[in-house]
Design a protein around this ligand. Sequence first.
Ligand code: ATP
Ligand code: MG
Length: 420
Amino acid sequence: MIQTVRGVRDILPEETGRWWFLEETARRIFIQYGYRELRTPIFERTELFSRAVGETSDIVEKEMYVFQDRGGDSLCLRPEGTASVVRTFIENSQHRCLPWRVFYMGPMFRYERPQKGRFRQFHQIGCELFGPDGPLADAEMMSMVLRFFREIGIGDAVTLEINSLGCPVCRGPYRERLTAYLESVREVLCANCQRRMVRNPLRVLDCKEEGGSGVLQGAPAMRDHLCHGCEAHFQGLLGHLERLGLPYRINPFMVRGLDYYHRTAFEAVASGLGAQNAVAAGGRYDGLVAEMGGVSTPAVGFAMGMERLLLLLDENKVPVTRPDVYLVVAGEDLVTASGLMLAERLREAGLAVEMHLSGGGMKVQMKHAGRSEARIAVILGEQEVSAGMAAIKQMRTGEQEKIAMDQVVERIRLLLCQHH
Ligand code: ATP
Ligand code: MG
């Protein structure tokens, strides 16, 4: 038997309602903030990601699904969304029409070790805002993310963490200080960090294997080495967050996994998810558009992991989808004579109708009606039909009544209203 690939899952019909809820809520909230949806391809040139995400990032070093197509081009399943959005921005000369606010949602692919909250195909919802360079844009975005969390009922489970990663002016000197510190504690660092220390010392701060040594706690923090402009930006952000009444925590050791971040970085972390506790992550990437060959444009964005959001989701918030009506028909002749027509007439009136198609007696059919969780069963028996009637049964109470065929729609509508 052929099974799904490791780290990849089906989303079963019982689960899709929760996905819709996340997607629909995201759409609604993002639109309130002026965002519109952008859909980019699921695969791109490999080069796009190695340049945008950064050669020394975990993603590019070891997580990408790269393949050669039949024409010999090196292509890659997208591991994240920002690179494609930036490509689109440049390709369509969007710098002529700023600000540009877009959101996206869909599958991403990373060759990682599958575990709780970590998959090889996973799904992100993200937003990018091009144009504004001030901290107001950062604050508005965080406020939008937190509003989304509240809407899906996880506001209390999530903490906003922020940091500044500096800019090319102040990051260079800071990097040197950090490297000097890391050299001094080299022996206690994990093997991976000893390697990363040379290529990308900031990443070491993000080490998840530090164990009990706590040696990184003593490392110099970017926060204390910001240049004037970066410090002003960060203070501005703190001011806006306070005015908006948004709770946050400064995490001086949050560095983010991608190379392109400048100044503001933020994450939303949840308790109760174990090691995979980040549900959203983002930040400012003012240098990326120019780096990718476009007209230099400041930008800020974030992405959320849908699988992790779903682990926290309040089930009570998720709307249930079930048919309004289950149509029970005695015998195949009746199905052809009136069942089919009635079902279509009910759907024409906007009702969700499941018609019994598999034969069987009334008892069996009523059992299916119960299982479907429809609020109403419409029953067409020989007698009813020949009298121009239909029986309507309210499944919750068991109450049953006979109604003239031409009044069925109206009656059902009334009953459904009363149910709400
Ligand atoms: P992590 O530190 O958990 O690996 P990351 O820094 O690689 O996360 P980003 O690239 O910033 O994550 O992606 C944003 C969000 O996407 C994460 O906060 C997380 O919720 C989700 N995410 C990332 N990788 C995975 C994955 N393999 N499976 C499920 N969700 C993921
Ligand atoms: Mg990762």
